[in-house]
Design a binder for this molecule. Structure first.
Ligand code: ZN
Length: 418
């Protein structure tokens, strides 16, 4: 009889040992982080309306709210927000990968690389833009495109894809004597497959890939995510992939444009979720750097008119003929608006920016209003996969990389608690 409790204790001790071993094993070995630039809660609602129901994002089981202000409590720019999301440190607007006193801070991308994981950056804007760059570079000014491209080229990222070649190709004459050949050529020499068109991306077999896509030949975000995952997944130690949908930030006044951007991000997230479901070791996160536009939904019942929308306001404007005599026809065919007033028609006809006037007409029909620029309205984070339950409730943007690091078992990461 006396032996039984001892055996029981031994059994419990063994169980506890197993449990602590299990706790030491990271929940996930890989992370796919999506950032919608300017994607607030109301912008997501426009995407939902355009989809005619739930988005893929809505099927992610965990979500939370994220505050975004930069150091000193300012409304953030994309640079300070990217630094917070990448490093866990607040900084001043305009700065990337450093604190306000110019101290370099390690980013989660660098931390993952140090742990032997593969890393990648994907955006549907320039790679030297603040959001992707803030994960891999350290500069006091986000506009230093050349320096940013130099640092990206040395980041040892296995995959980098964006639109255009800003910073990567020197416009100055190549100075061979000084070895100042352009960065894109140097990357090719380092073994990267350099692709400039959607077709080249589809045909690339390179293990390391740089995409600097030419205008008119840009792949959509989901294609780039798929190509990035095909490469990053080969590393048995896992990977970090950061993906930006950059366009929502430029959409104040253009509801159909914003809705289409959300749908593009949602398709790309769907590609990542499909991968993560099969692979089982990846955490997928979708968040934003800040809200842009101060979007207010005044009459949700009217948003249904966005369903099936196919073109942004500037794209609709391109379908106007030279003297803009077809305003009514174009607005009916492209935006489903058949009741334009005479004032609206003449407004679109005479506007210096017809896309802006079209966006205003659509906004009015949808009962929505915009203020201008970035706001401090908190954004959302959606999470799926091992470790996803860490991303619930109220958090700050600086918490996100810390929680990513904790999920990956990379302890002691990031700045002070905000
Ligand atoms: Zn931004």
């Amino acid at each position: 009889m006396a032996r039984t409790p001892r055996l029981l204790l031994l059994f419990l001790a063994a169980l506890l040992g197993a449990a602590s071993l299990a706790m030491a094993t990271p929940a996930a070995d890989s992370v796919i982080l999506f950032i919608g630039d300017g994607m607030g809660v109301a912008e997501i609602a426009l995407g939902r309306a355009a989809a005619g129901g739930v988005l893929t994002l809505d099927r992610m089981p965990y979500s939370g709210s994220v505050t975004t202000v930069s150091s000193g409590g300012e409304v953030t720019d994309s640079g300070a927000a990217s630094t917070a999301l990448s490093s866990g440190y607040k900084t001043e607007n305009g700065m990337l990968g450093m604190t306000p006193n110019r101290k370099r801070v390690e980013t989660i991308l660098e931390r993952c690389r140090r742990a032997g994981k593969s890393v990648g950056l994907v955006t549907n804007e320039s790679l030297t833009g603040a959001t992707p760059a803030g994960f891999a570079v350290h500069v006091p000014d986000r506009d230093l495109a050349r320096q940013i491209a130099e640092q990206l080229a040395s980041s040892d990222a296995a995959v980098m894809m964006g639109y255009g070649s800003e910073g990567f190709v020197s416009s100055a004459p190549v100075d061979a004597a000084k070895g100042a050949s352009d960065i894109a050529t140097r990357l090719r020499k380092k073994g990267y497959d350099l692709v400039l068109t959607r077709e080249e991306l589809a045909n690339s077999n390179g293990e390391r890939l740089v995409g600097l896509f030419r205008e008119g030949s840009e792949p959509e975000l989901a294609e780039m995510v798929s190509a990035a995952l095909a490469r990053l997944r080969r590393n048995p130690k896992g990977f970090l992939l950061v993906v930006e949908q950059a366009d929502v930030d430029g959409r104040p006044g253009d509801p159909s444009g914003a809705a289409l951007d959300i749908l593009e991000l949602d398709r790309a997230a769907g590609t990542a979720l499909e991968f993560a479901r099969r692979q089982g070791r990846s955490l997928v996160l979708v968040t934003a750097d800040h809200e842009t536009g101060g979007l207010q939904i005044g009459n949700p019942g009217l948003l249904g008119a966005l369903k099936g929308i196919r073109a942004s306001a500037p794209e609709i404007a391109k379908r106007l003929n030279k003297d803009r005599s077809n305003v009514r026809e174009v607005m009916k065919a492209e935006a489903g608006i058949a009741d334009l007033s005479e004032a609206e028609v003449s407004g679109i006809k005479s506007a210096a920016d017809p896309g802006g006037a079209i966006g205003s007409a659509i906004s009015q029909r949808l009962g929505i209003k915009w203020t201008a620029g970035h706001t401090a309205t908190p954004v959302r984070v959606f999470a799926y996969g091992p470790g996803a339950d860490r991303f619930t409730g109220e958090m700050d943007n600086t918490d996100i990389p810390k929680r990513i690091a904790a999920t990956l078992g990379l302890g002691g990461f990031g700045g002070p608690k905000q």
